[in-house]
Design a protein around this ligand. Structure first.
Ligand code: ME8
Length: 519
């Protein structure tokens, strides 16, 4: 694989990031890191969505400018991703000058092509969705199903995008590419939505919404939400209707665009239509992840159960985000909803990362020091059946990532950890040592250490700090590409001193468990 490009949704900057936002960014970061272990060139884009009526109103109520509010809140997202080791290559903001300039050009190109036209319109507008809704979208009480608010009746002359022109082409694309939408069970949902699709409003009058990108040559209108927000995926790379950058040609189309299930319609219908109208290739996959609930309840400000990801790190006194990354990434099968609770978090990471994985390395290295002063001898290096399982696990993990099954891949890694623990129990190296079977004892320990090298590579995307600490103690090169992994990494000679052995993950203090900070 040569080039790999992945994106997340860009978050609204109405407030601080919560654990749902974090879930998406962690998933994408894990996918990105996995593919850095396979592809030559990789690129990861995230950012913030900053225009719209909500920002205009909130900033006014706080007595600051919309730009000031965006600057403050966008920084909170950057800070959170830093704390979570989300290693994006670029953070785009819809208020970036370059982005605004290209969005204006994209809009003009679509007007010139006849795909955008002006039209007087009366519609039901939900400011929560930042979108017009049709009667069919509403609940029985006439409310927006997501925001539980009555939409406003808005009459305006707006620009409209000819979505209906692309309806058949989109349906054909989804049907002929059954793995385009991941997980595939969501494809039917999109095809049903496509049935009722109408042309969409893509501008608002400046009189009603000021905080947006002005339409070139029509200063009374601002470009609204989806053309602005979706275009970030290409403007960030340097797309330009008058001639794009090398980076754009290298990385577009994206391999996978990661979004939440609530905005799948915009990404698998609106976004495809815009790309088709621009004569650009379509992304290879859209991954629609599920939603995270808190203690099985929907997160909401009014319930006061909104969890801050950095709050969790602080409450548990975590110096690195690995445990939270691991927990979130494994909280749900691909595309399904997941749940966060302090207790589940603590129990899972203690069991998987401390007891199963961390202890395995720790006690194996300790025995190597106790029995052999940390030395590996040539006669310890044997072939083991466990090596076949390790290589099979690498292949299974790659296969799961080909379908962006992040939780399922982690499960495979843990199966290898469990099998290795069982191997230690079955072969009891401490008994071998007691009985003086030192060669056999050394062989068992070295076999385990070989497997731990593979495990450190596989766990790296989820837990980069833990993986680095494991690799360091094993003198293993974590930059090994997955295709080049073998079970012949432990070098004959002195491996480690007793003093250099350190636990890769400490159990979470149970007393701290209930104190997880709420936003
Ligand atoms: O939708 N669990 O922004 P947003 C999991 N700006 N994911 C969640 C979640 C939860 N509880 N809550 C939100 C927008 N998300 C637009 C996107 S893209 C061109 C424009 C996810 O801040 C949500 O599904 O409301 C979305 O993918 C992302 O967080 C940003 O949501």
């Amino acid at each position: 694989m040569e080039n790999f490009y992945t994106t997340t949704a860009i978050d609204y900057v109405n407030g601080a990031p919560h654990i749902g936002h974090a879930y998406e960014k962690i998933l994408t970061d894990i996918i990105y890191r996995h593919f850095t272990q396979r592809a030559e060139n990789t690129y990861f884009l995230t950012g913030t969505d900053e225009h719209g009526i909500k920002i205009q109103k909130t900033s006014a109520s706080q007595g600051i400018t919309p730009q000031e509010l965006c600057d403050i809140n966008s920084q909170k997202f950057k800070d959170a991703w830093k704390a979570l080791n989300v290693e994006y290559c670029q953070f785009i903001r819809t208020t970036d000058e370059q982005h605004k300039k290209i969005v204006q050009k994209i809009f003009k190109k679509l007007v010139d092509k006849g795909d955008i036209y002006k039209h007087s319109y009366t519609g039901l507008y939900c400011s929560g969705c930042e979108a017009f809704l049709s009667e069919k979208d509403l609940t029985e009480d006439g409310l927006c199903p997501d925001h539980k608010k009555k939409p406003e009746v808005v009459s305006e002359e707006n620009y409209f995008f000819k979505l209906t022109k692309y309806k058949d082409a989109i349906a054909k694309h989804i049907k002929t590419n059954p793995d385009f939408i991941v997980p595939s069970f969501r494809a039917n949902e999109v095809l049903n939505q496509l049935e009722n699709i109408e042309d969409i409003s893509v501008s608002r009058t400046k009189a009603n919404v000021e905080w947006g990108i002005p339409v070139l040559g029509d200063e009374e209108q601002v470009i609204y939400v989806w053309i602005d927000a979706l275009s970030t995926y290409i403007t960030a790379l340097g797309y330009d209707p008058d001639g794009s950058s090398e980076k754009f040609n290298k990385f577009w189309p994206a391999n996978v665009q990661v979004i939440g299930k609530d905005i799948l319609k915009f990404h698998s219908i609106y976004w495809l239509a815009i790309l088709m109208a621009l004569d650009l290739p379509l992304p290879k996959h859209i991954l629609a992840h599920g939603w995270i609930t808190i203690d099985e309840t929907k997160m909401s400000k009014s319930l006061g159960n909104v969890i801050s990801p950095t709050g969790v790190l602080e409450a548990f006194g975590l110096e690195t985000p690995d445990a939270l990354r691991y927990f979130m990434a494994t909280s749900a099968p691909c595309g399904k909803d997941g749940n966060y609770s302090d207790n589940d978090f603590k129990e899972k990471v203690n069991a998987h990362l401390a007891n199963s994985m961390g202890n395995l390395l720790n006690r194996t290295l300790s025995m190597l020091c106790k029995y052999f002063e940390g030395d590996v001898k040539q006669e310890f290096k044997i072939k083991s059946e466990l090596f076949d399982m390790a290589i099979e696990t690498v292949n299974a993990v790659k296969h799961h990532f080909d379908y962006y099954e992040v939780q399922e891949a982690a499960q495979k890694i843990m199966e290898l950890v469990d099998a290795t623990n069982k191997y230690v129990t079955d072969n009891a190296p401490w008994t071998l040592a007691k009985e003086g079977q030192m060669k056999e004892c050394g062989q068992v320990l070295t076999t385990v250490l070989e497997i731990m090298c593979v495990i450190s590579s596989l766990i790296y995307p989820y837990c980069p700090n833990i993986a680095k600490s494991m690799a360091e103690q094993l003198s293993y090169d974590l930059n090994t590409k997955l295709d080049d992994i073998t079970c012949d990494n432990i070098k004959v000679g002195h491996l480690i001193d007793k003093e250099s052995i350190k636990p890769v993950f400490l159990r979470l203090d149970s007393e701290l468990a209930d104190k997880s900070a709420k936003v």
